[in-house]
Design a protein around this ligand. Structure first.
Ligand code: 5GP
Length: 210
């Protein structure tokens, strides 16, 4: 049985701790690869070019859209974000599950184009906890926090489009939840069509005495 790579989309409101969970997930298991997005937003303190994001200007981003260099892209809080195509395709060919930490518009584009993608939506235990975390992070101005809370309430309308929710109450538990869901997804019939068809053929052959 050949294990085929799955595209795993992880979305969630800003402040749910997606970044921490995803980082730990990728570090803990070597069959996952994390896609690094391209964005036109400014780097935050501590962010590293090529690791956190590829930070580019608007012209560079738009050129890459025209070259079909993204598997999805979206505008979020007045900045562009996109998933570069080349890395994802290369990692999937190597049988890795590629993790995309992206927002909902991009997630829906992915689901349309890659029906076998697995869509996970990370939530905080409550809206109140979410707001406290976002303010406590201290990296955003009150205006940006307000914008992101508004955006969270818009995104909340789309959660039913996802396959599973993850609740980030404790990081390690949430990593384990994500791991369990991804590993289970590998066992759905729709993601094992080749293996199932091969088994059917072999069964027929054996029953005919070949
Ligand atoms: P932040 O500015 O906080 O790093 O990210 C803002 C939002 O953009 C987050 O919800 C994040 O998951 C999302 N995002 C990051 N990279 C991409 C991407 O390549 N495509 C899309 N559609 N969203 C992204």
């Amino acid at each position: 049985m050949v294990r085929e790579g799955i595209l795993v989309v992880i979305s969630g409101f800003a402040g749910t701790g997606k970044g921490t969970v995803v980082k730990k997930l990728v570090e803990s298991y070597d069959n996952y690869a994390l896609s690094v997005s391209m964005t036109t937003r400014n780097p935050r303190p501590g962010e590293v070019e090529g690791k956190s994001y590829f930070f580019v200007d608007k012209e560079t981003f738009e050129k890459k859209i025209q070259e079909d260099g993204f598997i999805e892209h979206a505008c979020y809080c007045e900045n562009y974000y996109g998933t570069p195509r080349a890395y994802v395709e290369q990692q999937m060919q190597e049988g890795k599950d590629v993790i995309l930490e992206i927002e909902i518009q991009g997630a829906l584009q992915i689901k349309k184009m890659f029906p076998n993608a697995l869509l996970l939506f990370m939530m905080a235990p409550s809206a109140k906890v979410l707001h406290e975390r976002l303010v406590g992070r201290g990296t955003e101005t009150p205006e940006v926090v307000a914008k992101r809370m508004k955006r969270a309430s818009e995104e909340a309308a789309g959660i039913e489009n996802y396959d599973f929710i993850l609740i980030n109450d404790e990081v390690d538990k949430c990593v384990q939840q994500a791991r369990n869901v991804i590993e289970s997804a590998h066992l759905t019939p729709g993601r094992n069509i080749k293996f199932i068809e091969k088994t059917r053929e072999d069964l027929q052959g054996i029953s005919k005495g070949e």
